[in-house]
Structures are given as C-alpha cells and as structure tokens.
Design a protein around this ligand. Sequence first.
Ligand code: SF4
Length: 280
Amino acid sequence: MASYRKRRGNNRGPEKVTHKSSLPFGRTDVSTEDLEQIIDIEKGAIQAEKGGVENAAEKVEDFVDCIPDLLRWLEGHGRKYPWRATNDPWKVYLAEILLQRTRGDAVEKIYSDFIQRFPNPEALYEASDEEIREAVHSLGFVNHREKTLKEVGKIFTNEFDGEVPDCVKELKKPWRVGDYSARATQMFARGRSMALVDANFARVIGRVFGYEMPRQPHKSSDVYALLEALTPDDPDIARSFNLAILDLGSLVCTPDDPDCESCPISAACHYYQSNKREGN
Ligand code: SF4
C-alpha cells in the first residue's frame, strides 16, 4: 500500500478525548472531509490487510466515504434508549451490565425502576440478594447478574468511595465485566473516543471488509487495532459512529438475514458486492 487518498490530521490530543458528547446520537452531520482528519485510514488499511482483506486501502476509504450516510441513517433509525440520554457513568455502566446477553428492549422495561431502586453503588451494596434477584428476574441469567451486581456495589463502595471509577481496568474489576462494558461506559458516559468490539461490531466489520474474524473477536488485539483506527477521534462523532454500528448490526445487518438493500453502507460492503456479483 504505497499511498492513501486521505490521512488523519494531527489534531489528536488530550482535549479531544475528554470532551463530553452531545446526547443522544452525538454528532451526525459530518462530511467525508471531516472524517479524513479524524480516522486513521492508513492504520486501518494495515490492520485490515492483516485480517486477510484484499485491496484494504481502497475498502477502508470506501467505508469512510459511506460513514456520513451511516450517521444520517442513525438519526432516522437509531434506538432511543434511556441510557443513551444520560452521561451519568453509574446509569450507563448499570445499563451495560444489564445489557449483557440481553436485548435492549427487555432492559428498557426494567431500567428506570432499576435505577430508582439502586441510584448509586452503595444502594446496590446494601441491597439483599433477594432484592437484586427480583429486580433482574425478567432478564434471565439471574445468578450471573446477581453475582456481578453485588460485586459492583461492593467494589465501588469500598474501593472507590461509592464512585464509578474512571478507568477501563478498574471498571472491569467486578466479576464478568469485560472490555466492552467498561469501554462503552467510558465512551458513552465520559465522551472518550474508544473502539468497541462485540458481536454486532465483529459481524458488520467482518462483512464490510471481508475480514477473517477470529472466533473470539473481543479478545483479539488485531480487531481492536482495526476498530481503534476506524473510530473517529472526535468524541461526538465517535459516539455516533459506535451507536450507528451497534444499531446497524441489530436492525439491518442481522446474523441470519441481513437487509442489504436498505443498508446505508452497502456501496462499501464486500459481502454485499460479492453476493451481487455472484447473482445471489
Ligand atoms: S450491506 Fe448487508 S452485509 Fe453489508 S453491512 Fe449492510 S446489511 Fe451488512
């Protein structure tokens, strides 16, 4: 890959990553020119090539060209969950715990009651096992959730003075809280521009680039490096980008039946273009 049409500008700096996002969908009115300054296309292409992507630089550039359409799509189709309308780290973190292996619609049904019942880590710490179990009963995986939530209350109360720690490593201290939940809290509550990797991200990015996803993409440093490169530096736009991929993966680019004809990034999608060529 000798040359790139676009290169990231030199505007990455600490002030960019601590800026608070404007809720709920961040900033969606971006141009390709804006994105050229805040996406590391060169690194993205290098990482994509590592994952077996042919013509990686071209594919990454095509994808960047489609991001403005993707963000416009988010404005019209993005899901308006209550945890997306707050930048309170506690409320966002709790939502991420409840969303583990669970659909957003199910979490939405209990979310406001849950937040009222446990408005801070101390309230969770002081709650009885039965109280916690009853609060999450409708979501299933009750034992798993109870154990995680009890640890959240205990650890945050005892080790962090009842605050939500401002560090991915510390957010991951409670049992079964992984990178995704911790990073999503930093991204959506604290406006840190961060790459997220979950099943939706892996599926969408895997299909768009023809990237050979490992069996556990959320544990792959190469996949993180690719997403780090593609995630815009500007926190408002990073918020939009991450929400857009999440919602696209849930609503359009579904595991078994992707609706490519209505997808805002089909022009840049390897999966779609290959299927079209083969007449599928
Ligand atoms: S075009 Fe189809 S496969 Fe590609 S990202 Fe969109 S929905 Fe997914």
